[in-house]
Design a binder for this molecule. Structure first.
Ligand SMILES: Cc1cc2nc3c(=O)[nH]c(=O)nc-3n(C[C@H](O)[C@H](O)[C@H](O)COP(=O)(O)OP(=O)(O)OC[C@H]3O[C@@H](n4cnc5c(N)ncnc54)[C@H](O)[C@@H]3O)c2cc1C
Length: 463
């Protein structure tokens, strides 16, 4: 960044909101991938008008800008891979209003997702999107990644709860899409386009989110399996039974052991898999469905199968599930996180294939994830100091992706492309559709300053 750009940026941001110190740049150099790319400067967002001025200055001086929420992304979306500025959105963190009569919340993007859930709950309302990172990720990051999470089986993903957005284009123009209407078909659906665009089209500064009434009752059933195929049968039976679980989560044996040594929760030893199922709704329906789910899991070979006695016990089980990602970080010096999703009927075959790849490549690849919607988190562990291990890990990714695409699956169910999967996007997307997407990027960001080299590969990478 040259002197003129730095001065323009300081004027646009307000000098107190611009940090080019080494410590500041280091603090914003990483995300949950563990990769590091220090930006040349960090700007703290304070309001929409300031964000607009900052973006206009970046476009005028051709300085790359990367929006950032909490930096919990697993695909490198918040990393300044081309240098330039990281725009920290965490300070824009007001829950502007919760309107139970309209069943909406109006929020700024830096709100931590769990804080929104809690604020809605106080008003008897429910914000369903529930990524396992809910305690620290932000709504802005969730919108940009179209985050999924544990309740997606019944309630869908972030996109299903976004009704309106205020955003800033790279040239500084502010625009709004949608509103607080539960239905609207006027014009192209730019709201849905922005959700999942990984901060490459516009910077979101406000959102109108849909809320639901809080469910009356919940029940959680856990089942441990001695054999993986039993767990797959259990998932299949629950999903085919007519029960619509809120969540149907899977952890394999290595993930369970990692969680146990990380959090010491007293999980049974030696299990090959665990299934966790949650139901919600009117108490009598929840009661009936919890009994039915427990019976089906036991018939599939679950032992023990247990219904949590109260919310505290249920929370302990969900804590185990949420700890799976962090626990695996400590199991090896390096880890590649993949986030594949396959049609439900192919889930068992996919897990089987991942285990075959692990064996062939001589790697540990624990798997856990959102079994009820076919979404598996594949954790390829390796020690870069061991000769050839890194190469084998990357080969394992290619093997797994090839299998996923063959089964009609997708390379990312919820974590996005970022930089991590850029090289594979061309293998999944229709080339005509990819061309249209590149055209859209060009319309929003002709100078190419907004989160460059993310989400969509350039023609050279796609080839
Ligand atoms: C332990 C753990 C568990 C996780 N579990 C899940 C899970 O269950 N489901 C799931 O979907 N994900 C999960 N994630 C991934 C991650 O938490 C999500 O992708 C989350 O949505 C990222 O939010 P963030 O605030 O950290 O965003 P960041 O990581 O800071 O940014 C993510 C992307 O959003 C863009 N962005 C951020 N704010 C804005 C904005 N205001 N306007 C435009 N673009 C913006 C950034 O440029 C970047 O491309 C998990 C991560 C961890 C570490």
């Amino acid at each position: 960044m040259d002197k003129a750009a730095r001065e323009a940026l300081a004027r646009a941001a307000g000098p107190a909101n611009l940090d080019a110190s080494k410590a500041g740049r280091e603090a914003y150099s990483y995300d949950a991938t563990g990769h590091r790319h220090p930006p040349e400067a960090v700007v703290r967002a304070v309001d929409t008008e300031q964000v607009a001025r900052v973006l206009a200055a970046c476009t005028a001086h051709r300085v790359p800008l990367v929006p950032r929420g909490a930096g919990s992304g697993l695909t490198g979306g918040a990393l300044a891979v081309a240098g330039g500025v990281v725009l920290d959105m965490a300070g824009l963190s007001r829950i502007v209003e919760i309107r139970p009569a309209d069943q909406v919340a109006v929020v700024e993007p830096g709100v931590v997702t769990a804080d929104l859930q809690a604020a809605a709950e106080v008003r008897g309302m429910f914000y369903p999107p529930d990524p396992a990172s809910v305690g620290f990720c932000t709504v802005g990051g969730n919108l940009a990644e179209n985050a999924g999470g544990l309740r997606a089986v019944k309630y869908g993903v972030t996109r299903d709860y976004v009704l309106g957005i205020t955003a800033v284009l790279p040239d500084g123009r502010v625009f709004t899409t949608g509103g607080a209407n539960l239905k609207s078909v006027v014009g192209y659906d730019l709201t849905r386009l922005l959700v999942g665009s990984e901060g490459t089209l516009a910077v979101i500064t406000r959102a109108v989110l849909r809320l639901l009434p809080l469910p009356e009752a919940k029940a959680t059933v856990s089942a441990f399996f001695g054999r993986l195929d039993g767990a797959a049968d259990g998932v299949r039976a629950v999903m085919a039974s007519g029960i619509r679980p809120v969540a149907c989560e899977f952890m394999d044996g290595p993930s369970l052991r990692a969680v146990e040594s990380y959090a010491g929760l007293g999980l049974p030893e030696g299990a090959a898999a665990m299934i966790l199922v949650e139901m919600d709704g009117p108490p009598e329906v929840v009661e009936r469905q919890a009994g039915q789910a427990a019976r089906l899991l036991a018939e599939a070979g679950g032992e023990p199968v247990h219904r949590a006695a109260d919310r505290a016990e249920a929370e302990r089980l969900w804590k185990a599930r949420r700890a799976a990602g962090p626990a695996l970080f400590g199991m090896a010096p390096a880890k590649l996180n993949e986030d594949v999703a396959v049609p439900l009927g192919s889930l068992a075959a996919m897990v089987e294939r991942i285990h075959q790849v692990a064996e062939r490549r001589g790697l540990d690849i624990p798997v856990f994830g959102h079994a009820g919607d076919g979404n598996l988190h594949v954790n390829i562990l390796f020690d870069p100091a061991r000769e050839g291990a890194e190469h084998q890990a990357h080969q394992a990714v290619s093997d797994i992706f090839a299998g996923v695409l063959k089964m009609g699956g997708t390379l990312s169910g919820e974590h996005g492309v970022g930089t991590a999967k850029l090289g594979y996007v061309g293998a999944e997307l229709d080339p005509v559709a990819l061309g249209l997407m590149r055209g859209i990027k060009q319309v929003f960001d002709p100078a190419g300053i907004l989160n460059p080299h993310k989400s969509l590969p350039g023609p050279e990478v796609a080839a």
